[in-house]
Structure formats: structure tokens, C-alpha cells
Design a protein around this ligand. Structure first.
Ligand code: G3P
Length: 227
């Protein structure tokens, strides 16, 4: 399962990239606006930080199909290969997904709340669909189960479209989708940190260090093996 950062804070992206096996960054208009930076400078900076081989998801902001197509072409032109155009899957967005996919632009249908949206996005030619797990939970449905239903639909029909699940508020939601075999997840920094934020891990590591140092002193394996 690929792991992406759902944030545009460059310091956070740099920090997380150093620690975790990160496959890319996803943004949306709200995430970009939160930084208050110039969007072009910001996106180019993120592309520079993550490198040209990682995935960068950038959302269109136009609201009509023609405008979304123009946004999508501008996004890939500016940010290069491995850039995916996120497009809301409403009636205008589906038209744009069909048009851009025909031109070879890699699209992700976003704002997916229902399994049939995933079917439409895949059938329109998008390579990714982004369901909003926690927002579905907040509507009184089970976000994880909706995503699993989407995965079954994509698998049963053999669509070349992967689920990039988004909008997580806790690691349990991620765990259940990881176990199910979902292709990608994108998470806010605090959700990613919580994958390994566990006092038992810290205690086990401290105990190993203390026990070793009590007998051999403050030495690393390199100190010992190279002596
Ligand atoms: O990028 C879309 C998605 O990640 C939204 O997440 O946290 O605003 O529900 P959230």
C-alpha cells in the first residue's frame, strides 16, 4: 500500500519524508490555502522536495468541465511526470475526467462518498479514486466498508483504477484498509505519526539501550566490531 502525505506544509513534508517510506503528497484547494503561500511557488517547492519520481496530486479549482480540463493540462505541464490531477467527481468533473484521460492525463476522481461514484470515475478513465473515509463516517455510514465495496467493484470489473483513500482521523481506519489491500492511502502528518506513536515501543528501545550499556558502556556496534 502506498503512503502519501495529505498536507502542503513543506517543513512537515521534509520531516515525514526523512522518517517514513513516503510515496508522494496530495493537496486540495483547502490544504493549499491553509499555507497562504503562492500556489505555484508552493507546488514547485513540494515537487522539488519530493523529487520527480514521487506522486504529487493537485486538484483543479475551475468548476466547469472545460475549465477543469484547462486546469488539468496546466497542472501536468507545470509539475511534470508523476503528477496526478484530482478532479471532484460531480457531473462537470466526470466530463473533464473523460476528456483528460483520453489525452493521456492521469486523473483521480476525488470527493467520492459512494461506491457508484468510484464506478463512474473508473469507467470514465481515471486511474485513481479518492474516497473520504472519515467524512463518510461523519455522515452516519461506515467509511471503511464503503471503500471495501468500491474495491470489490473495481476488482470484479477489472478496472485499471486504484483507490487512494483519504480523509482519515485515526490509524484504525488506515489499518483496516491496509489489511483489505487498498492501493494507496493519504494521511495528515499527525495520523501518520500515530502509526508508531506508542510508549511500549519507546520503553522496549530504552530497555535494550540500558541493558547493553550496563555491561559494555556507551558503545555502538560499530565501536565494538571495528575495535
Ligand atoms: O484531500 C481530501 C481529503 O483528504 C480531505 O480530508 O481531513 O478534510 O476530511 P479531510
Amino acid at each position: 500500500m502506498k503512503l502519501l502525505i495529505d498536507d502542503a506544509n513543506v517543513q512537515e513534508i521534509e520531516r515525514l519524508m526523512k522518517i517514513y517510506p513516503i510515496d508522494g503528497v496530495t493537496t486540495n484547494p483547502t490544504i493549499i490555502a491553509r499555507t497562504k503561500k503562492d500556489p505555484k511557488d508552493l507546488l514547485l517547492e513540494i515537487r522539488r522536495i519530493i523529487g520527480k519520481d514521487k506522486l504529487l496530486f493537485v486538484q483543479s479549482v475551475a468548476t466547469d468541465a472545460e475549465g477543469i480540463v484547462e486546469d488539468g493540462l496546466a497542472i501536468v505541464e507545470c509539475l511534470g511526470e508523476n503528477t496526478v490531477v484530482k478532479i471532484p467527481c460531480n457531473t462537470e468533473g466526470l466530463q473533464a475526467i473523460k476528456a483528460l484521460s483520453k489525452k493521456g492525463v492521469v486523473c483521480c476522481g476525488t470527493t467520492a462518498y459512494t461506491a457508484l461514484q468510484a464506478y463512474l470515475v473508473a469507467h470514465s478513465g481515471a486511474k485513481y479514486v479518492a474516497p473520504y473515509v472519515n467524512r463518510i463516517d461523519n455522515m452516519g455510514f461506515n467509511g471503511v466498508e464503503v471503500v471495501q465495496q468500491m474495491q470489490n467493484i473495481l476488482d470484479n470489473h477489472g478496472y485499471d483504477c486504484q483507490i487512494m483513500a483519504a480523509s482519515f482521523k485515526n490509524s484504525q481506519q488506515v489499518l483496516e484498509l491496509c489489511e483489505y489491500g487498498i492501493g494507496l492511502v493519504t494521511c495528515a502528518p499527525d495520523v501518520i505519526d500515530n502509526f508508531i506513536n506508542n510508549p511500549s515501543i519507546d520503553k522496549a528501545v530504552d530497555d535494550f539501550t540500558k541493558n547493553f550499556e550496563a555491561v559494555y558502556g556507551e558503545k555502538t556496534m560499530k565501536d565494538i566490531l571495528n575495535s
